[in-house]
Write a protein that binds this ligand. Structure first.
Ligand SMILES: Cc1cc2nc3c(=O)[nH]c(=O)nc-3n(C[C@H](O)[C@H](O)[C@H](O)COP(=O)(O)OP(=O)(O)OC[C@H]3O[C@@H](n4cnc5c(N)ncnc54)[C@H](O)[C@@H]3O)c2cc1C
Length: 449
């Protein structure tokens, strides 16, 4: 690609912004088109008086040198905040009570979260042979290697916390490739983790840090966008078309182009055949990717309203407990300045793939259900002094068993449409750091032409 070439980035989510930042650094001409008035897509921080709440992601796990360097280049690193030390404890609900997840081998032996039988079953893990199934569900994998109890009281809530979904709805290889690789490479999660830890030390990987930014995680897209010269906000692209002179983009007011390349960073459920001319079967496959609905409640309470010390990251609720919430983050314990002095901020998640209908209830119906659960679980007394309800009709793409087929469709679309590049959380990872890494890789791919 030459310096005269031009690139359109449709969608100012974290992947598109990252790619655009790299284009700018490479001296390539690009333009970003974002439908909303703010960049960031799923990443959104909202301030209301002294409350600072997250509508989408709350934290990002910084463990990669490349991501750290990117944060330095964008200037975002200057505002980085690390999760408070007292937020390390993670709770799981068991038999109606919050129990801390063990943080060390000694704690694992002592914990009452798992029975003796469950613990012995984990110790047998290295002796379980590896699966021949190339695409197993997370649930099949966890039950076979670690036993039913770990599946129910560790893996099930963990998957709800990351994907807002259930372990039997996701492919291990696509959703948790690290676990898949540990089994394939080392034949055991336990041996693989020990060997991996040694390797990580030797390769000088950076110490893992759970981070946000002083102004919330929304400060990241804002920082990236402030480095970009060419970003059109409030500009929804309604269709894209390849003509003889290149790619043309159409909004309801204007036509843009021609561009040599187009990076498509819009969620899959936004695609249709009016927007992009691809084969009907390809579109049908793409539309089969499920994004479960999710409700997020940001709730503020006076400290004297909550009997639990909220001394941790938050809690997760296993499906077996038959509750109406997936879990909650203790947001004001996690980071400072999220709530006024003397108050707690909680972020509660409802619905997902586990209870999709529940997520869709309107605030006045759902809030009392959430408050009842909090009353029971953390000893809440009374009404919130602050509340905000965010409904995600389509939250996070589920990498289902058979997702290879979807990835093949993406490859085929790119092969059939030279100059078109597909990038977002629907491909190779949903976390913010994964999207950053994918945005950087994509920029290199576009530059190479
Ligand atoms: C509730 C929730 C909690 C999460 N928690 C975490 C977490 O704690 N940690 C973590 O690492 N990850 C978390 N994630 C995942 C992560 O935030 C997302 O996977 C990631 O931000 C998605 O980025 P993306 O690049 O795919 O773009 P998206 O965020 O999907 O952005 C796409 C952009 O395209 C724009 N757009 C759409 N159509 C058009 C059009 N036609 N024209 C122009 N623009 C268009 C949209 O307005 C949007 O800005 C969470 C996600 C959600 C929903």
């Amino acid at each position: 690609m030459t310096n005269n070439s031009s690139i359109a980035v449709i969608g100012g989510g974290i992947t598109g912004l990252t790619a655009a930042h790299k284009f700018q650094k490479m001296g390539l001409h690009y333009e970003v088109f974002e439908k909303n008035s703010l960049p960031g897509g799923a990443i959104k921080t909202v301030k209301s008086g002294l409350w600072q709440v997250e509508y989408g992601p709350n934290t990002m796990l910084l463990k990669d040198k490349i991501v750290k360097k990117f944060l330095e280049e964008t200037g975002a690193i200057g505002e980085k905040v690390t999760a408070n030390k007292n937020a390390e404890k993670r709770y799981i609900l068991k038999n109606g009570r919050l129990e801390a997840l063990p943080g060390s081998a000694t704690e694992a032996l002592k914990t009452s979260l798992f029975s003796l039988k469950g613990k012995l079953r984990v110790l047998a893990e290295p002796f379980i042979s590896k699966s021949n199934n190339p695409d197993q569900t997370v649930a099949e994998f966890a039950e076979r290697r670690l036993g039913e109890e770990i599946l129910d009281y560790a893996i099930n809530p963990f998957v709800a916390g990351i994907f807002a979904n259930s372990p039997d709805a996701l492919s291990l290889r696509h959703a948790f490739p690290i676990m898949h690789n540990l089994e394939q490479e080392y034949g055991s999660l336990i041996w693989g983790s020990l060997a991996g830890a040694k390797k990580r030390k030797e390769s000088g990987r950076i110490t893992r840090e759970l981070i946000s930014f002083s102004g919330g995680i929304g400060q990241l897209p804002t920082a990236i966008a402030s480095t970009l010269d060419n970003i059109h906000l409030n500009t929804e692209i309604l269709s894209i078309e390849k003509k003889l002179d290149g790619w043309h983009l159409f909004s309801n007011k204007k036509q843009y182009g021609p561009f040599n390349s187009v990076v498509l960073n819009t969620p899959l459920y936004k695609w249709n055949t009016d927007f992009l001319s691809i084969e009907k079967e390809q579109m049908e496959k793409i539309q089969s990717v499920y994004y479960p609905p999710l409700s997020v409640f940001c709730l503020g309470f006076r400290k004297d309203q909550v009997s639990h010390p909220l001394d941790g990251f938050g809690f997760l609720v296993p499906e077996k407990e038959k509750r109406s919430i997936l879990g909650a983050l203790f947001s004001s314990t996690l980071f400072d300045k999220r709530a006024p002095a003397g108050h707690h901020l909680l972020t509660v998640f409802v619905g997902g793939g586990r209870q999709p209908k529940l997520a869709t209830l309107e605030t006045e119906k759902l809030l009392p259900i959430v408050l009842d659960e909090l009353t029971d679980i953390i000893g809440l007394d009374g009404e919130p002094v602050f509340r905000d309800h965010i409904f995600w009709p389509k939250s996070i793409p589920a990498y289902h068993v058979g997702y290879d087929e979807i990835l093949q469709v993406f490859n085929a679309i790119e092969d059939q449409n030279p100059g078109l590049y597909l990038a977002g959380n629907y491909r190779h990872g949903i976390s913010v750091p994964d999207c950053i890494l994918n945005g950087l890789k994509l920029a290199d791919r576009v530059a190479e032409g």
